[in-house]
Write a protein that binds this ligand. Structure first.
Ligand code: ZN
Length: 265
């Protein structure tokens, strides 16, 4: 009888801790960094580029659907926003995925809140400091990548939490500053629940294309393509190119989607 009572009490105690205890505190970013550093200790990455193992570059569909992805990078000369483009997308009800860097959020807090509240737009993670995603400090275009596993975890996780703190929603997709990765960084980002979002169409070449070049790039779209573009350079040809090409793509039977509307491949 004593034993039965003990079992019953133990059962009640177990229920009370599992069902009624306060939810566990989220792991600190520091501890996450330590966990991943230990897991990948002594593992050297072999790949470096935009299409390394694990990067998703297309929507998994045969339908005439394209994902427009607009990066907001937030460097010293990239804190702007192409309001005309964003208003066009809103008016025409064209969905898009917005990859937002932490520094751009700090420069545009009200606009960020407004964009995030619009269900047309999916908010995705573009890193806290816009660094190439390396676990060994590789660089590209003269921009230094994250120096270690722990710095990579900070780059991804701090901005995921920053976005969630404002929007109430944790992003599901991560694109690094410059869209460069090693394959270990990609694995870690996936492990953090931030699937790595590549692209299949270079839409504006870092906001350097003219409107005509943007239009020509997007007119090559095939079902499932993901176009990499920018929303933070109103002076560039990107906005005018998108505004010019959307009616033409619609005429050709294309629709637009957020990346998370489809499984990725
Ligand atoms: Zn960027």
């Amino acid at each position: 009888m004593k034993t039965v009572l003990a079992i019953l009490l133990t059962g009640i105690a177990a229920i009370s801790t599992s069902a009624f205890a306060a939810p566990a505190q989220p792991e600190t970013v520091e501890n996450l960094g330590k966990t991943y550093a230990a897991r990948y200790a002594g593992v050297a990455p072999k790949q470096w580029g935009e299409r390394v193992t694990g990067v998703r570059t297309r929507l998994d569909t045969d339908q005439k659907v394209i994902a427009l992805t607009l990066d907001a990078c937030g460097s010293a000369y990239g804190k702007g926003v192409d309001l005309k483009l964003m208003e066009f997308l809103n008016q025409e009800q064209i969905p898009a995925t917005l990859f937002i860097n932490g520094r751009w959020i700090d420069a545009n807090p009200e606009l960020f809140r407004k964009l995030a509240a619009n269900p047309l737009f999916e908010i995705a993670n573009h890193g806290i400091l816009h660094k190439p995603a390396s676990v060994t400090g590789r660089s590209v275009y003269g921009i230094n990548g994250t120096q270690s596993v722990t710095e990579l975890v900070e780059e991804v996780e701090l901005n995921a939490r920053k976005i969630e703190a404002v929007t109430g929603k944790r992003p599901k997709l991560y694109r690094s500053g410059t869209a460069y990765y090693d394959e270990i960084a990609v694995e870690i980002s996936n492990g953090l629940g931030q699937q790595v979002a590549g692209f299949s169409i270079l839409g504006d070449a870092g906001a350097t294309f003219t409107a005509e070049q943007v239009k020509a790039a997007l007119l090559k779209a095939a079902p499932g393509d993901i176009a990499l573009l920018h929303m933070n350079h109103p002076e560039a040809g990107t906005g005018a190119g998108i505004i010019a090409v959307v009616p033409e793509l619609k005429k050709r039977g294309f629709r637009f989607a957020r990346m998370s509307d489809y499984p990725l491949q």
